[in-house]
Write a protein that binds this ligand. Structure first.
Ligand code: GLU
Length: 419
């Protein structure tokens, strides 16, 4: 079935507009309109019952203009080449906007990981690494966690790569467990970056958290860590929507309790109750009277079907590509400020960068040092985007793309078109 929204087309539309606003000529950015390399692999897995199943896998390398390719790997039943291509390009812009020396890439396997046993998942992951081996490596392309992948999956990836090379190569992936070269602060980094960016925005607007009401979509790593940190910073999380439905508590959800529940119930809130909590529909969730909408799940969640009903005045994009181009226009027209994905959720790849640097120098840093460095980089990126937004009178998303594209194009022009 063809998907209603093509995330790659979405990415291209914003890229074209940013190029126009920067006054770039076609030759400056035409190479960035298609990925440098796309690899589709077939991943055979011996299932626990002895049958062989084939899964489709992808690794797309969008740009290496500013450094090695970098980006996560997701396991999802709807992963396809257009999604992975868009996600790879977004990594290029994200790394450029926070000014870390990487290009962009993304990988995925079209699979519902809930249907596989742990052993099947390990075999699938390791075989996927074998299939993409020629194009990854610590100086070439460094995968990381994304949707439905975590430290354990990174450990399997690191093991497969190392076994096939014949020696341990921790720097080939980031987001690893601490025991094998992971970094302190990496698990919380994306959520932490989201909150830091929101705080920078509020500071510029002369606002304080002051129990501002937040609705969170998605309760995975980004949604749950983000919710926890938002709560700690004085926001009130009033609604959560996850794969099993939406819950609403106008007085504020007990986030510590909800997190504990989700951890004990396969990471979902299905069956969770607390005084004052009611179940609501997805349509009601999007239309809640909240200050901040925090999408932290998948792309295209805010689209022309629900954008018109949104009452929040801030959309804080924890997910990659949660807002379609059409919805973006609707929200901009309503005066909603969107703090864009490539800026708001860049904390994850920033601490991935710190992890990679620690691996390469074979030296570990303290957590407070990592969090401080993250805060400095997020603040700097926000301030740069904010200035462009004010100076050019464009929304924050367009400003972020302009900052990113300008950096990538400058690098490209210095290097020239090979040969
Ligand atoms: N998957 C995360 C993202 O979309 C992290 C990527 C990384 O750390 O390389 O930003």
């Amino acid at each position: 079935m063809e998907k209603k929204y093509n995330p790659y087309e979405n990415m291209l539309a914003v890229l074209e507009e940013a190029a126009g606003k920067l006054g770039l000529c076609r030759d400056d950015y035409i190479a960035l309109c298609s990925p440098e390399r796309e690899l589709t692999v077939s991943v055979p897995v011996v299932m626990d019952d002895g049958r062989v199943e084939i899964f489709q896998g992808y690794r797309v390398q969008h740009s290496s203009v500013r450094g090695p390719y970098k980006g996560g790997v997701r396991f999802h039943p709807e992963a396809d080449i257009d999604e992975v291509k868009a996600l790879a390009a977004w990594m290029t812009w994200k790394c450029a906007v926070v000014n870390i020396p990487y290009g962009g890439a993304k990988g995925g396997i079209r699979v519902d990981p809930d249907l596989l046993s742990t052993k099947e998942l390990a075999r699938m992951t390791k075989r996927y690494v074998a299939q993409i081996l020629p194009i990854i490596g610590p100086e070439q392309d460094i995968p990381a966690p994304d949707l439905n992948t975590d430290g354990q999956v990174m450990a399997w990836m690191m093991d497969a790569y190392s076994m096939l090379k014949g020696y341990a190569v921790p720097a080939v992936v980031t987001g690893k467990p601490l025991e094998i070269g992971g970094s302190l602060g990496r698990v919380e980094a994306t959520g932490r970056g989201v909150v830091l960016t929101l705080m920078s925005y509020l500071e510029k607007m002369g606002l304080a958290p002051d129990n501002m009401k937040v609705a969170v979509q998605g309760f995975g790593n980004v949604g749950s860590t983000g919710a926890k940190l938002l709560k700690e910073n004085g926001f009130s999380i009033v609604a959560i929507n996850d794969v099993d439905g939406s819950v609403y508590n106008p007085d504020g959800i007990d986030i510590a309790r909800a997190l504990d529940y989700a951890q004990r119930h396969h990471k979902t809130l299905a069956g969770y109750t607390e005084p004052g909590l009611t179940k609501i529909s997805a349509a009601e969730f999007w239309a809640l009277p909240v200050d901040i909408l925090f999408p932290a799940a998948m792309e295209n969640q805010i689209n022309e079907d629900n954008a018109g009903s949104i009452k929040a005045r801030i959309v804080l994009e924890g997910a990659n590509g949660p807002t379609t181009v059409e919805a973006d226009a609707i929200l901009n027209a309503k005066g909603v400020d969107i703090i864009p994905d490539i800026l708001a959720n860049a904390g994850g790849v920033v601490v991935s960068y710190f992890e990679w640097v620690q691996n390469l120098e074979a030296f570990t840093w303290e957590e407070d040092e990592i969090n401080k460095k993250l805060a400095v980089m997020m603040k700097k990126a926000f301030t740069e985007v904010w200035h462009v937004s004010k100076e050019k009178k464009v929304p924050l998303r367009m400003a972020a793309y302009m900052v990113a594209l300008d950096r990538v194009v400058r690098a490209r022009n210095l290097r020239g078109v090979f040969p």
